[in-house]
Ligand binder design. Structure first.
Ligand code: PEP
Ligand code: MG
Length: 324
Protein backbone atom coordinates (compact mmCIF):
# COMPACT_ATOMS: atom_id res chain seq x y z
CA UNK A 1 0.00 0.00 0.00
CA UNK A 2 2.94 2.31 0.69
CA UNK A 3 3.85 2.08 -3.06
CA UNK A 4 0.85 4.28 -3.76
CA UNK A 5 2.60 7.11 -2.02
CA UNK A 6 6.10 6.78 -3.45
CA UNK A 7 5.22 9.02 -6.39
CA UNK A 8 4.34 11.91 -4.07
CA UNK A 9 7.11 11.34 -1.56
CA UNK A 10 9.22 14.23 -2.78
CA UNK A 11 6.30 16.47 -3.63
CA UNK A 12 5.03 19.08 -1.19
CA UNK A 13 1.88 18.66 0.86
CA UNK A 14 0.17 21.46 -1.00
CA UNK A 15 -3.58 21.74 -1.17
CA UNK A 16 -5.61 22.63 -4.29
CA UNK A 17 -5.94 26.16 -2.92
CA UNK A 18 -2.16 26.44 -2.78
CA UNK A 19 -1.54 26.16 0.97
CA UNK A 20 1.58 24.37 2.10
CA UNK A 21 1.24 22.10 5.13
CA UNK A 22 4.45 20.99 6.81
CA UNK A 23 4.45 17.28 7.45
CA UNK A 24 7.00 16.03 9.93
CA UNK A 25 7.41 12.74 11.69
CA UNK A 26 7.35 11.57 15.28
CA UNK A 27 10.35 9.53 16.43
CA UNK A 28 12.16 8.36 19.52
CA UNK A 29 14.44 5.49 18.63
CA UNK A 30 17.43 5.20 16.33
CA UNK A 31 15.44 2.66 14.34
CA UNK A 32 13.07 5.47 13.34
CA UNK A 33 15.73 7.53 11.59
CA UNK A 34 15.79 5.83 8.16
CA UNK A 35 12.11 6.80 7.88
CA UNK A 36 13.17 10.42 7.57
CA UNK A 37 14.30 9.65 4.04
CA UNK A 38 11.78 7.02 3.07
CA UNK A 39 8.65 8.81 4.31
CA UNK A 40 9.35 12.20 2.79
CA UNK A 41 9.04 13.87 6.22
CA UNK A 42 10.26 17.46 6.30
CA UNK A 43 11.81 16.94 9.70
CA UNK A 44 11.12 15.44 13.11
CA UNK A 45 8.29 17.36 14.76
CA UNK A 46 8.45 15.32 17.93
CA UNK A 47 11.41 13.34 19.19
CA UNK A 48 10.22 11.59 22.33
CA UNK A 49 13.43 11.50 24.36
CA UNK A 50 12.01 9.32 27.12
CA UNK A 51 12.24 6.23 24.91
CA UNK A 52 16.04 6.30 25.26
CA UNK A 53 15.55 6.30 29.03
CA UNK A 54 12.93 3.56 28.94
CA UNK A 55 14.99 1.04 26.96
CA UNK A 56 17.75 1.04 29.58
CA UNK A 57 18.06 -0.59 32.98
CA UNK A 58 19.94 2.39 34.40
CA UNK A 59 19.98 6.14 33.95
CA UNK A 60 21.81 6.98 30.71
CA UNK A 61 24.92 9.11 31.07
CA UNK A 62 25.19 12.58 29.58
CA UNK A 63 27.85 11.51 27.09
CA UNK A 64 25.67 8.61 25.91
CA UNK A 65 22.69 10.89 25.40
CA UNK A 66 24.76 13.49 23.65
CA UNK A 67 26.05 10.85 21.24
CA UNK A 68 22.52 9.67 20.49
CA UNK A 69 21.18 13.20 19.95
CA UNK A 70 24.14 13.99 17.68
CA UNK A 71 23.37 10.90 15.60
CA UNK A 72 19.76 12.01 15.29
CA UNK A 73 20.83 15.48 14.13
CA UNK A 74 23.37 13.99 11.74
CA UNK A 75 20.73 11.75 10.21
CA UNK A 76 18.38 14.70 9.85
CA UNK A 77 20.99 16.90 8.16
CA UNK A 78 19.34 20.18 7.24
CA UNK A 79 15.95 19.01 8.46
CA UNK A 80 14.82 20.32 11.81
CA UNK A 81 14.44 18.01 14.79
CA UNK A 82 12.33 19.07 17.75
CA UNK A 83 13.54 17.31 20.87
CA UNK A 84 11.00 16.97 23.59
CA UNK A 85 12.52 16.80 27.05
CA UNK A 86 11.81 13.82 29.24
CA UNK A 87 8.11 13.02 29.58
CA UNK A 88 7.99 10.41 32.30
CA UNK A 89 5.38 9.67 34.89
CA UNK A 90 1.86 8.83 33.82
CA UNK A 91 2.05 5.71 31.63
CA UNK A 92 5.86 5.91 31.35
CA UNK A 93 7.73 4.95 34.51
CA UNK A 94 11.50 4.51 34.59
CA UNK A 95 12.43 1.18 36.22
CA UNK A 96 15.48 2.70 37.92
CA UNK A 97 13.69 5.61 39.55
CA UNK A 98 11.67 5.29 42.70
CA UNK A 99 8.11 4.85 41.64
CA UNK A 100 5.61 7.22 43.14
CA UNK A 101 2.32 5.60 43.84
CA UNK A 102 -0.20 8.04 42.51
CA UNK A 103 -3.94 7.55 42.28
CA UNK A 104 -4.10 9.41 38.98
CA UNK A 105 -0.71 9.40 37.27
CA UNK A 106 -1.85 11.07 34.03
CA UNK A 107 -2.68 14.11 36.11
CA UNK A 108 0.11 13.56 38.55
CA UNK A 109 3.78 14.23 38.93
CA UNK A 110 4.96 13.89 35.37
CA UNK A 111 6.91 15.52 32.56
CA UNK A 112 7.95 19.13 33.22
CA UNK A 113 6.63 18.90 36.77
CA UNK A 114 9.32 16.32 37.55
CA UNK A 115 11.84 18.28 35.50
CA UNK A 116 11.32 21.45 37.52
CA UNK A 117 11.03 19.83 40.96
CA UNK A 118 14.09 17.61 40.49
CA UNK A 119 16.09 19.50 37.88
CA UNK A 120 19.15 17.24 37.86
CA UNK A 121 18.03 15.04 34.97
CA UNK A 122 16.62 17.93 32.97
CA UNK A 123 19.86 19.88 33.31
CA UNK A 124 21.84 16.86 32.21
CA UNK A 125 19.55 16.44 29.23
CA UNK A 126 19.72 20.08 28.18
CA UNK A 127 23.49 19.96 28.40
CA UNK A 128 23.55 16.78 26.30
CA UNK A 129 21.38 18.48 23.67
CA UNK A 130 23.55 21.59 23.50
CA UNK A 131 26.69 19.47 23.16
CA UNK A 132 25.07 17.31 20.50
CA UNK A 133 24.13 20.40 18.51
CA UNK A 134 27.80 21.42 18.55
CA UNK A 135 27.07 24.86 17.14
CA UNK A 136 24.22 23.78 14.88
CA UNK A 137 20.62 25.00 15.32
CA UNK A 138 18.71 23.37 18.17
CA UNK A 139 14.98 23.07 18.88
CA UNK A 140 13.72 21.88 22.24
CA UNK A 141 10.21 21.67 23.63
CA UNK A 142 8.92 21.04 27.11
CA UNK A 143 6.05 18.61 27.63
CA UNK A 144 2.91 19.11 29.66
CA UNK A 145 3.30 22.80 30.36
CA UNK A 146 0.16 23.92 32.19
CA UNK A 147 0.99 27.53 32.97
CA UNK A 148 3.27 30.31 31.80
CA UNK A 149 5.48 30.21 34.87
CA UNK A 150 6.47 26.59 34.20
CA UNK A 151 7.63 27.50 30.74
CA UNK A 152 9.57 30.47 32.05
CA UNK A 153 11.32 28.33 34.67
CA UNK A 154 12.18 25.68 32.11
CA UNK A 155 13.49 28.26 29.70
CA UNK A 156 15.58 29.74 32.52
CA UNK A 157 17.12 26.29 32.99
CA UNK A 158 17.99 26.31 29.31
CA UNK A 159 19.61 29.74 29.65
CA UNK A 160 21.65 28.51 32.60
CA UNK A 161 22.75 25.44 30.69
CA UNK A 162 23.83 27.64 27.77
CA UNK A 163 25.80 29.88 30.06
CA UNK A 164 27.53 26.90 31.64
CA UNK A 165 28.48 25.53 28.24
CA UNK A 166 29.74 28.93 27.13
CA UNK A 167 31.98 29.17 30.19
CA UNK A 168 33.27 25.65 29.57
CA UNK A 169 34.19 26.71 26.06
CA UNK A 170 31.73 24.49 24.20
CA UNK A 171 30.07 25.87 21.07
CA UNK A 172 26.50 27.02 21.61
CA UNK A 173 23.71 26.49 19.07
CA UNK A 174 23.73 28.93 16.15
CA UNK A 175 19.97 29.23 16.60
CA UNK A 176 17.96 28.08 19.58
CA UNK A 177 14.20 27.63 19.60
CA UNK A 178 12.44 26.77 22.82
CA UNK A 179 8.83 25.72 22.65
CA UNK A 180 6.10 24.15 24.70
CA UNK A 181 3.63 21.38 24.16
CA UNK A 182 0.07 22.51 24.48
CA UNK A 183 -1.57 19.48 26.05
CA UNK A 184 -3.50 20.89 28.96
CA UNK A 185 -6.55 23.08 28.24
CA UNK A 186 -5.21 25.71 30.66
CA UNK A 187 -2.42 26.63 28.27
CA UNK A 188 -4.91 27.53 25.56
CA UNK A 189 -6.04 30.33 27.87
CA UNK A 190 -2.59 31.37 29.05
CA UNK A 191 -1.83 35.10 29.07
CA UNK A 192 -1.03 36.81 25.79
CA UNK A 193 2.54 37.19 27.04
CA UNK A 194 3.01 33.45 27.04
CA UNK A 195 2.10 33.23 23.38
CA UNK A 196 4.53 36.04 22.65
CA UNK A 197 7.45 34.57 24.51
CA UNK A 198 7.27 30.96 23.39
CA UNK A 199 9.23 30.29 20.18
CA UNK A 200 6.69 27.72 19.00
CA UNK A 201 3.84 25.56 20.24
CA UNK A 202 2.98 21.97 19.46
CA UNK A 203 -0.42 20.58 20.35
CA UNK A 204 -0.11 17.22 22.07
CA UNK A 205 -3.52 16.10 20.95
CA UNK A 206 -3.47 12.76 22.77
CA UNK A 207 -3.25 14.42 26.13
CA UNK A 208 -5.14 17.58 25.20
CA UNK A 209 -8.11 15.54 24.06
CA UNK A 210 -8.17 13.34 27.15
CA UNK A 211 -8.20 16.38 29.39
CA UNK A 212 -10.65 18.31 27.24
CA UNK A 213 -13.26 15.55 27.39
CA UNK A 214 -12.12 14.14 30.75
CA UNK A 215 -11.75 10.74 29.05
CA UNK A 216 -8.69 8.66 29.88
CA UNK A 217 -6.70 7.90 26.70
CA UNK A 218 -5.71 4.53 28.21
CA UNK A 219 -9.21 3.46 29.13
CA UNK A 220 -10.82 1.32 26.42
CA UNK A 221 -14.28 2.02 27.73
CA UNK A 222 -14.07 5.75 27.17
CA UNK A 223 -11.17 6.50 24.88
CA UNK A 224 -13.18 6.37 21.68
CA UNK A 225 -16.29 7.87 23.14
CA UNK A 226 -15.60 11.42 21.96
CA UNK A 227 -14.83 12.16 18.36
CA UNK A 228 -11.82 14.34 17.63
CA UNK A 229 -14.06 16.00 15.06
CA UNK A 230 -16.55 16.90 17.77
CA UNK A 231 -17.51 20.54 17.21
CA UNK A 232 -16.47 21.55 20.73
CA UNK A 233 -12.98 20.21 20.28
CA UNK A 234 -12.59 21.72 16.80
CA UNK A 235 -13.76 25.11 18.07
CA UNK A 236 -11.26 24.83 20.89
CA UNK A 237 -8.48 24.10 18.40
CA UNK A 238 -9.63 26.99 16.19
CA UNK A 239 -9.27 29.23 19.18
CA UNK A 240 -5.69 28.14 19.72
CA UNK A 241 -4.94 28.73 16.04
CA UNK A 242 -6.39 32.23 16.29
CA UNK A 243 -4.28 33.08 19.32
CA UNK A 244 -1.15 31.80 17.60
CA UNK A 245 -2.01 33.75 14.44
CA UNK A 246 -2.41 36.91 16.51
CA UNK A 247 1.06 36.54 18.01
CA UNK A 248 2.64 34.89 14.96
CA UNK A 249 3.53 31.88 17.08
CA UNK A 250 4.37 28.85 14.94
CA UNK A 251 1.92 26.08 15.77
CA UNK A 252 1.86 22.39 14.93
CA UNK A 253 -0.08 19.34 16.04
CA UNK A 254 1.76 16.19 17.03
CA UNK A 255 -0.78 13.80 18.55
CA UNK A 256 -1.90 10.57 16.84
CA UNK A 257 -4.83 12.33 15.19
CA UNK A 258 -2.45 14.29 12.95
CA UNK A 259 -1.70 11.01 11.17
CA UNK A 260 -5.35 10.24 10.37
CA UNK A 261 -6.19 11.64 6.92
CA UNK A 262 -9.70 12.89 7.71
CA UNK A 263 -8.61 14.52 10.96
CA UNK A 264 -5.49 15.95 9.33
CA UNK A 265 -7.57 17.50 6.54
CA UNK A 266 -9.85 19.14 9.11
CA UNK A 267 -6.90 20.44 11.11
CA UNK A 268 -5.50 22.03 7.97
CA UNK A 269 -8.91 23.50 7.18
CA UNK A 270 -9.13 25.21 10.56
CA UNK A 271 -5.70 26.73 10.09
CA UNK A 272 -3.04 24.34 11.35
CA UNK A 273 0.04 24.45 9.12
CA UNK A 274 2.25 21.84 10.77
CA UNK A 275 1.36 18.22 11.43
CA UNK A 276 3.67 15.64 12.96
CA UNK A 277 2.84 11.95 12.78
CA UNK A 278 4.20 8.43 12.57
CA UNK A 279 6.20 8.05 9.33
CA UNK A 280 3.76 5.63 7.70
CA UNK A 281 1.01 8.24 7.89
CA UNK A 282 2.83 10.89 5.88
CA UNK A 283 1.94 9.38 2.50
CA UNK A 284 -1.79 8.97 3.18
CA UNK A 285 -2.07 12.42 4.79
CA UNK A 286 -0.16 14.13 1.99
CA UNK A 287 -2.27 12.35 -0.57
CA UNK A 288 -5.52 13.71 0.83
CA UNK A 289 -4.16 17.21 1.41
CA UNK A 290 -3.15 17.43 -2.25
CA UNK A 291 -6.75 16.73 -3.29
CA UNK A 292 -8.65 19.18 -1.16
CA UNK A 293 -9.51 22.83 -1.10
CA UNK A 294 -9.20 24.15 2.44
CA UNK A 295 -11.67 26.97 1.91
CA UNK A 296 -14.34 24.48 0.80
CA UNK A 297 -13.60 22.11 3.65
CA UNK A 298 -13.68 24.91 6.17
CA UNK A 299 -17.09 25.91 4.88
CA UNK A 300 -18.31 22.33 5.29
CA UNK A 301 -17.00 22.23 8.87
CA UNK A 302 -18.71 25.48 9.78
CA UNK A 303 -21.94 24.42 8.12
CA UNK A 304 -21.97 21.19 10.08
CA UNK A 305 -21.39 23.13 13.27
CA UNK A 306 -24.04 25.72 12.49
CA UNK A 307 -26.55 22.98 11.68
CA UNK A 308 -26.06 21.63 15.18
CA UNK A 309 -24.17 18.41 14.44
CA UNK A 310 -22.24 16.98 17.37
CA UNK A 311 -19.39 15.93 15.11
CA UNK A 312 -18.52 17.29 11.69
CA UNK A 313 -17.33 13.85 10.56
CA UNK A 314 -20.34 12.82 8.53
CA UNK A 315 -20.50 15.97 6.46
CA UNK A 316 -16.73 16.06 6.06
CA UNK A 317 -16.73 12.46 4.85
CA UNK A 318 -19.31 13.38 2.24
CA UNK A 319 -17.05 16.17 1.00
CA UNK A 320 -14.00 13.92 1.03
CA UNK A 321 -15.76 11.06 -0.75
CA UNK A 322 -13.67 9.88 -3.63
CA UNK A 323 -10.66 11.80 -2.41
CA UNK A 324 -9.52 9.32 0.25
C1 PEP B 1 0.39 13.90 22.99
O1 PEP B 1 0.03 13.91 24.16
O2 PEP B 1 -0.37 14.10 22.03
C2 PEP B 1 1.80 13.64 22.62
C3 PEP B 1 2.23 13.81 21.39
O3 PEP B 1 2.62 13.18 23.59
P1 PEP B 1 2.56 11.67 24.14
O4 PEP B 1 1.66 10.90 23.24
O5 PEP B 1 3.96 11.19 24.14
O6 PEP B 1 1.98 11.90 25.51
MG1 MG C 1 1.46 14.00 25.75
Amino acid sequence: AQDRYVSIRDKPAETLCGTRIHLTMNAGLMADLPSLESSGAEGVGLFRTELQFLVRSRMPRRAELSEIYAQVMNAAGDKRVIFRTLDIGSDKVLPYMTATDEPNPAMGWRAIRVGLDKPGVMRMQLQALIRAAAGRPLSVMFPFVAQREEFRSARAEMEKALERERILGHPIPSKLEVGAMLETPSLAFAPHRFYQEVDFLSIGGNDLKQFFFAADRENERVRRRYDTLNVSFLSFLENIVARCDATRTPLSFCGEDAGRPVEAACFAAIGLRGLSMRPASIGPVKSILRRIDLVDLRTVIHEARDEGHQSVRQMVMKYLKGKL
